[in-house]
Design a binder for this molecule. Sequence first.
Ligand SMILES: [Fe+2]
Ligand SMILES: [Fe+2]
Length: 560
Amino acid sequence: MRETLYRLGDATVVEPLVNKWVAWAHVIPPVAGSLHLLRYQLRLLESYLSDPQSHATTCQDPKFRSGPFIDIPAEKAVDVREFLTTTNEKQAANIQFAKDILEFQNYLVEQAKGQSIEPFYEHLPPSLRGYVELLYDYYNRPIVRFMESLLYASPYYQPELQSLRIFRETQDRYRPFIMSTPRLVQHNQVDWTMPFASPEVDELFKLDSAPQPLGYIRNLLGLRPNDDDLLRQFLSDEMRNREEKWEDSNVRIRYLGHACVLIEWNGVSILTDPYIGVMPERTEADHMSYEDLPEKLDYVLITHNHHDHYCLETLLRLRHRIGCLVVPRSFGIFYGDLSLKLLSQNIGFKNVVELDTLDTIALSDGEIIAIPFMGEHADLPHAKTAYVVRAGKQQIMLAADSNCLDKRVYEHLRQILGPIETIFLGMECVGAPLSWTSGPFLPVAPEFAHEQSRRYNGCNAMRALDILEAVGAQRIYIYAMGLEPWLEHLLGLAYTDDAEQIKEAGLLISQARRRGFAEAQLLYGKHEILLSQTNGFCDRLYFSEETELQPVTEDQFTFE
Ligand SMILES: [Fe+2]
Ligand SMILES: [Fe+2]
C-alpha cells in the first residue's frame, strides 16, 4: 500500500520570526535590528507592561491597528514580562551596540567640526570597533559608515534567534499587525527554531510541489509522534495540478494582490514584490495563491524594503523556486539605507543581483531595466528602484510607491526607453510621518513640524497623471494599495470609501478614462491582463461608454 503524501494545507501560514517578532527588513540586519530593538520593541514591551489593558482595548479599534500597541490580552501580561526578561538577556549585546551607536554619533557631531577625523577612532566604544569608517560630508558634518558585511559575521547577528511559526489562518484579518505584536507561542501552533538560511527551510517549502509522508515532515520539524494530530492540521493529502509555464509570446500579467504582479511571456516568469496570501478557511475575497505560480520563477524583483514589498514570509517560501532575486542598490552611507543584497544573502538567497538606475538584465526578447523611484521615504536615503520590464514590444512599468517629485525624470526615461504603455502605480498619497519606520534610526527626535511634513507619501492623482503623460502611457493599473484583507496584518490600513487615497485613485481613473486610456483600473484581489505582441495594444481594450480611444495630447492634461 502506498504511503499517504502531504503538502502544506491551503490555509497554512509559515511566519518567519526573529526572537518571536515577525521578521522584516528592519529586524534582521545588525545595525537596523539593534536600533529597532532598543528604540521600538523594548519601549513597546515596557509600555504594554505599564498598562496591558489599554493596549489590548486600543487594538480592538481598526484605526489603531497599525499603531504602537500590543494585541495580547491583559491576562497574558505575565508571559510578556517573561519575554521581556529573556529578550534583555539574549540580546544584551545588541542593546549595548544600539546605545553605543546613538551615543557615539551624538558625541561625534558635537566634537568633529572639520578637523582630521582620525583621532576619533580612539574614542570609538568597543562594540563599534572594527565595524565602522568615520567620514565627513562636504559640509564637515561627520558620518559613521557601518561595514554591514562584517557585522553579519559578528555577534550582533544571531541566526539562532530565527524561527518559523506554523499555524492555520482560519479567516481574513486573523493576525495582529506584524510590527507591534510579538508572536508568543499558542497551543495550536508549531514553533520551529531554524535559521532562515538553513536548507531545511527549503525542504519544508518544497512540500508545496513535492508532497512527503507524515514521518518525513515530523522529523524535519523535530516533532514527536504524539504531535501528529497537531501537525496534520497544517497538511493536506489532496493533490493539485501544477500551473503550466506560460510559453506564449503574448504577455500574460497576473495581479496577485497589493504589489505582487506576475509577468510571463516566452516561458520567462518575473514576479514583483511578492506577498502571496494563503487561502483562509473563511475569506471575503477570492485570490490566487502559491499553486497559481509557475514551478520556477526566473526573476523576483524587489522595489524597496518596506515590509509590504520585501516580505520574508513569501520570499522564504519561494526561495527554492527563484532563479534570481533582484534588489535595489543601497548607497552604504546611512545605516537606515540597509543593503537588501546582504540581507538576502544572509537569509539564504544564493543568486542576488543589485541594480542601480538604468542597469539592465537581458532576457530573450526582453529586458529588466531599473528606473528611478523617488520620494516615499520621508526624504531619507533608502535603497529603492522601480522597474520597466520590456517583453517583446511591450514595456511595463512597475513603479510601486514612487512619488513623481520631478516629472522631468520620467520625460528623460521616455527619451531613453521610448513610450511605456502599461503602468502599475501605487497611490498611497497620505503616508505615515517620518518616525513611522525610521524613528529608531534618528539619534535626536525630530521636531513635530518636521515629523509631520516629512512623510511616506506616494503619488496623488495629479502626480500620477504627470508620470502617465511623461512616459506616454496607455494603461494604468493602480496597485499596492493594501486593500486586500489577507495582508491587513502587514499594513492595517482599514481604508474607508472616503479615504483620501481612494478618492485620489478614483480621480485618476476618471481622468485617465476621459483622456482615452485603453485601461484605467484600481486592482483588487486578482486580475489577469493579456498584452498582444502583434499590435502592441491590449487584447482587452477598455472603452468607457462615452469615450473612444484617442492619443493623449498636451492640452488634455489640464488638471481639473
Ligand atoms: Fe513603501
Ligand atoms: Fe507599499
